[in-house]
Design a protein around this ligand. Sequence first.
Ligand code: ADP
Ligand code: ASP
Ligand code: MG
Length: 419
Amino acid sequence: MARLVMKFGGTSVGDLDRIRNVARHVKREVDAGHKVAVVVSAMAGETNKLVDYCRAISPLHDAREYDAVVATGEQVSTGLLALTLQSMGIDARSWQGWQIPIRTDGAHGAARITGIEGDRLIERIEGGQVAVVAGFQGIAPDGRISTLGRGGSDTSAVAIAAAIHADRCDIYTDVDGVYTTDPRIVSAARRLPRVSYEEMLEMASLGAKVLQVRSVELAMIHGVRTFVRSSFDDPEAIRAAGNQPVGTLICDEDEIVEQQIVTGIAYSKDEAQISIRRVADRPGVAASVFGPMAQANINVDMIVQNISPDGSTTDITFTVPQTEYDRAISVLEDNRDVIGYSSIEGAQDVVKVSVIGVGMRSHAGVAAAAFRALSDKGINIRAITTSEIKVSVLIDAAYAELAVRALHSVYELDKATSA
Ligand code: ADP
Ligand code: ASP
Ligand code: MG
């Protein structure tokens, strides 16, 4: 008998039939004797619709009211799932973030969970009631509803699993695990039986939206055993096969027996490139560019600066999230006198493609193979960044899928096996 968190994403609760199917999965675990807290997202498309309403009223809307609007999608799905479970004879009760409470900081729209009081939830689920918790939302220090950023229900689930000391957190979604790359882009992508926390963190932060980045951080910090699995699998078939978890386990690196050099390829379309031409090549210039960016809360990612050919001026190129592009340009224009440059050039039709694998720590030549594969396809690289376990390149958006496929095959990810 175990304590479980089961999280179901938007597609998995997309209509009433799917909610009934989710309820059957919950029943399967309850029948096996487990104590269950369920975390649900809004029904597919709902959050987008609510975000669009806010944007249509005002692009610069009040973040507190945005949260009041967008958090409602999850309230609907908790109630519908609790009703469905009740109609199947299962004791169930819905919980909104503030009722638990799930406390967050005050960054409305992108809040971070600061603490969860798990005692009442533990008491209820140990008493045999299924708790159906709204993902994505919490309560800020000002007492108002907050939301955790897009995809935030994953983070709610892992945080609740940590708070109630769950034995496992199962993230049910519309794919049956974490793949070597997005299976919607590369049909030859393979499901990985296990992925280390560290690699999953890189994959998520580099664009693989199967898990929200913060959920992986929390899973790593608290050692939450997290499975990514499909809600579309037949609950009865799983029951008949012994009710074992199937999918991808996110776990410690040393639990992975056969480690590959490269584990996966991720891509992100949410990128924009900015080049500042002819800035003075002197100490303090980078600080004069990136200081104001930090003050404006704009996340700068890749940075390329050349050695000046003539000892006097050089170019600086960097990337920002596409949503921050206009703001970044206006910050640079406001600071033109301090920085001193001849012009600014920008590109928004760019993508970042990344190769990820802990095996890179001990193997040379991974980056070189990526550059060769891209050049064989005639793809030009605009910027490069590397870390111990990843290589990222910025390229024209038109080549995104070609690049992901080329890199996927150059590391033989369609053939590799790992355990
Ligand atoms: P949910 O609504 O269940 O939270 P998401 O749409 O947020 O689901 O995440 C699941 C999607 O993530 C999949 O449909 C898939 O297209 C995408 N994805 C991107 N990269 C990967 C990957 N490496 N492995 C699996 N899925 C991935
Ligand atoms: N419903 C929210 C979103 O669409 C949270 C989630 O699905 O994880 O971003
Ligand atoms: Mg998601």
